[in-house]
Design a protein around this ligand. Structure first.
Ligand SMILES: [Fe+2]
Ligand SMILES: [Fe+2]
Length: 171
């Protein structure tokens, strides 16, 4: 990869690393307030899988000579608060929030498979595996009884993630 490609890949992987920081926060918060103990265990297991994603994206950032987002503490705090709110709405809506989040992340990762520089097969491999895992997390949430969120809420979530990805691309 040339310098421009490497920087581009670094920016995309920084965005993905932020996404995984948020996933940690969301699942941990939602586990903390889940009513059903089985569901709590499921959230904690998903959080554990997201730890792998966090490590892979961080490692890839290091290999690309790039750095994580400087705003990570802020992303974590914001996502944790959002997870608490979603969790307090009750298990079916909390699961609905998970399902929709994971679907949006899956679509986002899919777009990165197009945007990542062609020669960057290492980042591509990470993104492909995460995409499979996120799709499974969405399916598990649906199986566990997720309520479908109203379209305006989904649109709001897309807007929030667009702000996050745009900022994290640079900072
Ligand atoms: Fe993930
Ligand atoms: Fe996930």
């Amino acid at each position: 990869m040339d310098e421009k490609e490497r920087r581009h890949a670094g920016a995309l992987m920084r965005v993905n690393h932020v996404g995984e920081v948020c996933a940690q926060a969301l699942y941990t918060a939602q586990a903390a307030v889940a009513r059903d103990p089985v569901l709590r265990a499921q959230f904690l297991e998903a959080a554990h899988e997201e730890t792998d994603h966090l490590a892979w994206t961080r490692q890839r950032l290091d290999e690309l000579g790039d750095r994580p987002s400087l705003l990570n503490p802020l992303w974590y705090a914001g996502a944790f608060g959002l997870g608490l709110v979603a969790g307090r709405l009750g298990d079916p809506l909390s699961l609905g929030f998970v399902a929709e989040t994971e679907r949006q992340v899956e679509a986002h990762l899919d777009s990165h498979l197009d945007r990542l520089p062609r020669p960057d097969s290492a980042s591509r491999a990470v993104v492909e595996q995460m995409k499979l895992d996120e799709a499974r997390h969405a399916a598990q949430a649906v199986d566990a009884g997720a309520t479908e969120l109203p379209p305006p809420v989904k649109a709001l979530m897309r807007l929030a993630s667009r702000v996050m990805t745009t900022v994290a691309h640079r900072i």
